[in-house]
Write a protein that binds this ligand. Structure first.
Ligand SMILES: *[C@@H]1O[C@H](CO)[C@@H](O)[C@H](O)[C@H]1NC(C)=O
Length: 268
């Protein structure tokens, strides 16, 4: 009896833990639970890998327009959040950024655009960016997160583009102060896939466009990507991998629950 007890306990624990695990897995897709004001809906959302940020977006391929909401908590309550596309590189220099600045006022965050030319301080005024931006607005959501809204007119033929995002803790004279340079700040970048389902593209044995020699596609974790110059080739597989891994997790948790339930009932 003493020996069966642990089994019962283990199963019971599994049974109790599984719904929690399922909720956790769903929570990993936290972006899906974001509630925007009326009129703001987006087809896709993506939890970005760093800084607890997410991007919600709809891409209208016929007009090459990207409607988006970027959600992130500033590094301090009166700070700022930023998101941008970088058509010429994968870091901050070259980014065409939207910045929402909370500052110390009680009003809604102000939104500005910046053509980021390098690691130089930004001014208090917007600068023109390569993608005409309209419908710029921001509000503060749950947990003090800033939600930055906008619509960008992209260029013809853009299918995937580097994106960068950032959070900062303070605003001076209407300009975002320098952000921290911790690992997460520096690795807040990924590829935004506008056209073609990343999952389908990764799953299908597409023979056609294979300029990227993917001998073993590297590790599952999005590695630095600095060394082998293949920004696209190193990012594309991981972009396909994470959603499928998430799907696996979603499928297996309920399956586990059923198995645990069956096992538990069989024992009592
Ligand atoms: C952004 O800045 C770069 C570097 O100064 C410049 O070449 C580019 O034309 C600017 N883009 C826009 C849209 O002004």
């Amino acid at each position: 009896m003493a020996s069966t007890m642990p089994h019962h306990l283990a199963l019971l624990l599994l049974l109790l833990a599984s719904p929690a695990a399922t909720r956790l897995a769903a929570g990993a897709g936290a972006c899906a639970s974001e509630k925007f004001p009326a009129g703001k809906t987006y087809k896709t959302c993506e939890d970005l890998p760093k800084l607890g940020a997410s991007l919600h977006w709809t891409y209208d391929a016929s007009k090459e327009s990207l409607s988006l909401a970027f959600v992130a908590a500033p590094a301090a309550p009166n700070g700022w959040v930023a998101w941008g596309l970088n058509p010429t590189g994968e870091g901050m220099p070259g980014a065409q950024a939207l910045v929402a600045l909370k500052g110390s006022g009680s009003s809604a965050p102000a939104v500005k655009t910046y053509n980021i030319t390098g690691y130089v301080p930004l001014g208090g005024a917007s600068t023109p960016i390569a993608f005409p931006a309209t419908d710029l607005a921001a509000d503060v959501g749950s947990g003090g997160k800033i939600r930055l809204y906008g619509k960008l007119q992209l260029h013809k033929g853009m299918k995937a583009v580097n994106q960068v995002w950032q959070v900062g803790s303070s605003v001076t004279g209407g300009a975002p102060d320098k952000h921290a340079f911790a690992t997460d700040n520096l690795s807040a970048k990924s590829k935004l896939v506008l056209a073609g389902k990343a999952l389908a593209a990764a799953a299908a044995p597409t023979p056609a466009p294979a300029p990227a020699p993917a001998p073993d596609a590297g590790g599952p974790s999005a590695s630095s990507g600095g060394s082998d110059s293949g920004a696209v080739s190193s990012l594309a597989p991981s972009a396909g991998k994470s959603p499928s891994a998430a799907a696996t997790a979603r499928v297996s948790a309920p399956a586990l629950l059923v198995l645990a339930l069956v096992g538990f009932l069989a024992m009592v």
